[in-house]
Write a protein that binds this ligand. Sequence first.
Ligand SMILES: Nc1ncnc2c1ncn2[C@@H]1O[C@H](COP(=O)(O)OP(=O)(O)OP(=O)(O)O)[C@@H](O)[C@H]1O
Ligand SMILES: [Mg+2]
Length: 345
Amino acid sequence: MSKLMPILEVVNMNKSFQVKSKKTLFKKPNPVHVLNDISFELLEGETLSIVGESGCGKTTLGRCIVRGMDASSGQVIYHAEDGKDIDFLHLNRKEAKTYRKDIQMIFQDPYSSLSPRMSVFDIIAEPLIANFKLSRAEIEAKVVEIAGKTGLNVGYLNRYPHAFSGGQRQRIAIARALITQPRLIICDEAVSALDVSIQAQIINLLKDLQEQFKITYIFISHDLSIVQNISDRVAVMHLGRIVELASSDSMFAHPKHPYTEALMSAVPQPDPSHKKERIILEGEVPNPANPPSGCHFHPRCMYRTEKCIQEVPELREVGYNHFTACHHAEELTLRGVQERRAAVQ
Ligand SMILES: Nc1ncnc2c1ncn2[C@@H]1O[C@H](COP(=O)(O)OP(=O)(O)OP(=O)(O)O)[C@@H](O)[C@H]1O
Ligand SMILES: [Mg+2]
């Protein structure tokens, strides 16, 4: 198999929001660090899933990559088709336009992400008109082609989004994302709001389109069963940091971060003889405005030591292409889950 080349690199990305609390209404707002030093490489044609509890920063990361929101610092290096390495976040508007069409995002909620005042035709055509100079006939031909590929009834394109079901709306969102022939699509909870049978249809559609057009996906999801099914690699985020990054097989078979282990333990297993013991995380999800010291996961970690309370663990390679930000990853992996649990009880 030929080696996959990176299509995009996120380098030391940070994002803070200035948030005023009631107590500090008359003081300077406090910065809340929502993304902390995020770095990863995305390989052409792969599906990299991003998982983690609500509020850990997944949508913010996606939005910062597509420039729907300004990152506070960091870089997104895009390896364009013409061979150039582009510092995507720092291009001026005009330059960005050339490459923006290559990187699209499908947003979290099919009910609020489509403008209710535009016809489906106009919603799908909008990115095409914004990025290319085409005649009306060319635009129509392209919209009809993409609508057909995404399984939309082309006879209904003059209708408005409210006339469509959740699954159909998500197809509209996919068609809109596809129309500029992007190389990379960020799917933010693209199927979460849909019924299970419709979810499967949309997932199959995304997979087919990936094969047909060699699309690279960043797939943001809460649903680990879907993530296991579709991902080449998985990144686990906790409170604005990547705490584990590995191939999907390695991540699901041998999670090396206690947070990942707990997340994975909740995934239903098809084979009952391989049933995993569910690990319930105790304690509150930490507040990003006031994160814990050291490892941000330590207040909920059953393996924590003094080092975890004091020192922030670096993301480091602890197995082949398996990166984990846990001080004790090696010891924990070697000892095995049962023994580890016995040791802390
Ligand atoms: N515009 C904003 N101003 C202030 N804080 C924000 C803003 N947008 C997001 N946040 C905060 O940033 C954090 C991360 O939010 P984000 O939406 O990226 O999380 P998420 O992982 O996508 O969650 P979910 O799984 O619920 O979609 C949250 O604590 C959220 O409250
Ligand atoms: Mg989100």
